[in-house]
Structure formats: C-alpha cells, structure tokens
Design a protein around this ligand. Structure first.
Ligand code: SIN
Ligand code: FE2
Length: 213
C-alpha cells in the first residue's frame, strides 16, 4: 500500500501498457478504500443483478455517485435511485474523487469528474465475461478502475469480443485506466482463484469510476 500523503513528493510510477491503457501499481490506500466500501454496503447493499436475457450475474455489485449502473429484464441503464434501497446512491467519497481525478490527469485525461462508480465483489470461482462499458454518454472520458484484495487477471481485447487478450494481473491497490481508443475495448476478468488476502479474505473488490451522464 502506498502512503500517498506521506510520500506525496514522490511521483508514483505510471506504466503505459498500450494506447489509452495506463497502470499505476500499488497506488491507493487500500485500508481506506476498504473501510469506505464497508460503510457503503450498509447503505447500498451488494446484490446480484439479472441480465436483460434473464441470467443472474455471478459477480455482485452496487453503486455510488449520482447515477448507478443497473441491469434487469428491462435492460442495462443508469438509475438515479437505487431500486433496492429506494434511496439515492451513496455519494462518492471526496478522496476517491481526488485519487481518480489525479491519476486520470497523469494519463492525459484532464478534468475527469466521475458521477458514478460501480463496485464489483468477486468471490472465488466467479468471473466477468467479455463486455464493453458502453452505457455512458461521454466516451471521451476514461474508465478508472481500482482493485482491492485477491489478485485477478483482467483481460483486455480490442474492438472484438474475443481473440487474444492482453492479460493484466490486478493486485491489491492497483489503479488501471482505459480511455481514448481503448475506452470501448472489450474486457473480461478471469475466474477468481481461491486465495486469501489479509484485507479482504477470499474476495476481490473492484471500483470502476465513470462519467455516466
Ligand atoms: C468491469 O469491467 O466492470 C470490472 C473490471 C474489474 O473487475 O477489474
Ligand atoms: Fe467493464
């Protein structure tokens, strides 16, 4: 875990993995993130959504921000009110905003002000099938992803759903950005191995910050 405040004079390393794809290893204060999301889950519980085709999504999720990504029989969309709690989604903590904004600026995406953040919870054996993030309005804004807990292999394809992906292991505290030409690349997460992490037990959490509206 990187103490961004303590070492704020040291510029964290940013790796450019491909055009539009940037990785900051061990970038966020994971204890802080984990504490915050525990609190968030009390207000907007993790839930298994249903695809428009009627399949249960194995990875559970919830949202923070003005808009929350949602899926059920009616389709994929953003909702302002959480259909489960019937309340607005919890706010994105200010510090989350600052971290996402600062990393995005380093990667060349100025003024990234997310209004939505989807939080995924992966249990052992769950995976995310290949998809594009395409329910947002402004594709000039990147996706900023933060990973917590057990390592997963994030797979980035291209404009096609399949083919040979770039395999990116995402560890606790890593921050990944995909924007520009890569903003609508297909991506998936490989089946989570059964492992134990001191912060999250056998689970992995991922937060994707987006400009949705
Ligand atoms: C997603 O594509 O929605 C999540 C990606 C991840 O869990 O790393
Ligand atoms: Fe995605």
């Amino acid at each position: 875990m990187m103490q961004n405040d303590l070492f704020s004079s040291i510029t964290p390393v940013m790796e450019k993995l491909a055009e539009g794809v940037f990785l900051f290893r061990d970038y966020v204060d994971t204890e802080y993130f984990y504490t915050q999301i525990q609190d968030i889950f009390k207000q907007a519980p993790l839930r298994h959504m249903i695809t428009p085709g009627g399949k249960r999504i194995n990875v559970s999720g919830t949202s923070i921000g003005k808009a929350g990504w949602y899926s059920d029989r009616k389709g994929y969309r953003y909702e302002m009110i959480d259909p489960v709690s019937q309340k607005a989604w919890p706010a994105i903590p200010q510090r989350f905003m600052e971290i996402a904004n600062k990393a995005a600026a380093r990667a060349g995406f100025e003024k990234f002000l997310p209004d939505s953040c989807f939080i995924n919870c992966y249990e052992p054996g769950t995976r995310l099938t290949s998809h594009q993030d395409q329910d947002e309005k402004d594709f000039s804004q990147p996706i900023v992803s933060v990973s917590l807990g057990v390592t997963a292999i994030f797979q980035l394809y291209g404009d096609q759903r399949g083919g040979t992906p770039m395999n990116i292991p995402l560890h606790n505290g890593d921050l990944l950005i995909f924007g520009g030409i890569a903003r609508r690349y297909f991506h998936s997460v490989k089946k989570l191995e059964k492992e134990n992490h001191p912060l999250t037990g056998d689970r992995r959490f991922n937060l994707t910050f987006r400009k949705a509206l």
